[in-house]
Design a protein around this ligand. Structure first.
Ligand code: URA
Length: 186
């Protein structure tokens, strides 16, 4: 199995899809490599591309606030990554071919972190990691165990910036994540 250094080196020099052509940085991932819980978004936006780190724009600030509600902190006890590591132009959804080209890096990250819980941030990550016909409006907050990992999805923080009426449901989902952590990680 690959190690972190080798994986990061391969990922950062990747030219497997067209997204490499306009990137400023590959956005590999951040956090505790031994975390019990991992969060996965869809792909870098403008700020992430410029800074080389996931979730550092407005949505990222909101994500950090959401994590702090349940005592999580990207610097201490969770790991954050994306389905695709390079920014799709105009923040469009990553194409299936782009996801296919990139997903191996995420699978390797998951194999190295070995999280007990994985939370998808938004529809794109949930459709890729949970089920390809996943319906975020209907199924967010529900848990399934897949390949030994407890998985769930919550609304993407960008969706919560656009539509504040989704926030109370997300608060409930966050509490459920905290319960799951207590239940299986103590
Ligand atoms: N949105 C994502 O899905 N990922 C990021 O890293 C930033 C915004």
């Amino acid at each position: 199995m690959t190690d972190w250094q080798e994986l990061e080196r391969r990922c950062k020099s990747c030219t497997r899809c067209g997204l490499c052509e306009n990137r400023h940085n590959v956005v590999f991932g951040v956090g505790d490599p031994n975390a019990d819980i991992m969060f996965v978004g869809e792909g870098p936006g403008e700020q992430e591309d410029l800074q080389g780190k996931p979730f550092v724009g407005r949505a990222g600030q909101l994500l950090d606030d959401m994590l702090s509600i349940i005592d999580l902190d990207r610097k201490k006890n969770c790991y954050i990554a994306n389905i695709v590591k390079c920014r799709p132009p105009q923040n469009r959804d990553p194409l299936e071919v782009e996801q296919d080209a990139c997903i191996g890096y995420l699978h390797d990250q998951i194999a190295l972190v070995q999280p007990k819980i994985l939370v998808c941030l938004g529809r794109i990550a949930a459709m890729r990691l949970i089920r390809d016909d996943y319906r975020i409006t209907r199924e967010h907050g529900q848990w399934i165990e897949k390949d030994g990992i407890w998985m769930s999805a919550i609304y993407h923080p960008s969706a919560l910036l656009r539509d504040v009426t989704k926030r109370p449901e997300t608060f409930e989902d966050l509490l459920s994540i905290r319960e799951k952590l207590k239940e299986i990680c103590n």
